[in-house]
Design a protein around this ligand. Sequence first.
Ligand code: ADP
Ligand code: MG
Length: 398
Amino acid sequence: MKMTITDLPDDDYKGKKIFVRVDFNVPVEKGKVSEDYRIRRSIPTIEYLARKGAAVILASHLGRPKGKVNQKLSLRPIAERLSAVLKVNEVKFVEDCVGSEVKYSVTRLEQGEVLLLENLRFHKEEEANDPGFSKELASFADIYVNDAFSTSHRSHASTYGMASYFNYRLAGLLVEKELDVLGKIRDNPFRPFIVIVGGAKIKDKISALKNLIMKADKVLIGGGVAYTFLASKGISVGDSPIETDFRDWAKEVVTKHGDKIYLPEDHVIAPSAQKKGKSRSIDGEIPEGFIGYDIGQRTASIYTHEILSGEGTIFWNGPMGLFEKDEFSHGTIDVARALSLAYWRGANTVVGGGDTIAALRKAEVLETEVDFVSTGGGASLVFLGGDELPGISVLSDK
Ligand code: ADP
Ligand code: MG
């Protein structure tokens, strides 16, 4: 078990400087934060530390500036938004994450105050996990906190390298919750355990898939991922892209675990994603010249029925189709709505993945209509696959 911020006595925070690695990698358009879910999720940890009398230093990356200063990827708009949503003082901002100006701002930072540093990735040393850079970041604070679960699968200076300079390396409240919920799914889910998988590629999620398929009682497969499974059974998928590298594995899975694997039985197809209005439904095999872009209505109702009969855990990652286009969004929307209904009926429902969360919104399912929305994306999948996350393993044990 990892130590979390609530494990330290309150007095240990008074007058101390706490470095908190957060994930503020949010969409910014024309200098304004257009979507602040990740910012809101960081409030509990920041407020907790500030209220205990700590001076809180926040650091994050934004986008991929590749080691160069890029004003479009500045965190300044995030400092503004954070100031608006926090109960504590206004958030201070400094135009770099290392250097003399940062040192000066940190020295002047008082109890209960919050300072946001500029984009960590403006320095190439961040992603290179450079020891000198790590050491300088660490020099600003007394205690290290990781509340950026979604970057914990990276061994960067701020997520990994700098932590070794601290006696106390703690999980923030968001990381604690992620570890708790995803740990339960990985090790000991309430049964029946239903896994819904979709999305673009098997390749992105193979280790998580391997583990989850073993553990699950039912696996409902949709999205681009489904076609490799169908093709491995010798079912024609037309021109839908299949991942030949995973064909044999998919075949083995459907042979071994066929009783619990559900594959689409009908599809929404089109010659290409661009040709609007050329889509149609088809039952069974997909003809040459067509690509599958969504699960069909019959499949959606089979999946809905399974989801609604679930009284244990339901985990969903990956949209059922190219849901960004309305004509291919029905399967995904049906699944999202079924999931929220299952939540209201008492199932333990967990959703992960950036696009899956966007799909939830498109279906007008509220964040409060599922038990947990994992901010993790890639990190959640690595964790569910049973692999260690460097940003977690580096934290102090209880
Ligand atoms: P997440 O971000 O939730 O982990 P992924 O990144 O794995 O999900 O996959 C999401 C993407 O997969 C979406 O952009 C969606 O449009 C795409 N997708 C799903 N099914 C299909 C399909 N049949 N054809 C093309 N794209 C698809
Ligand atoms: Mg994605």
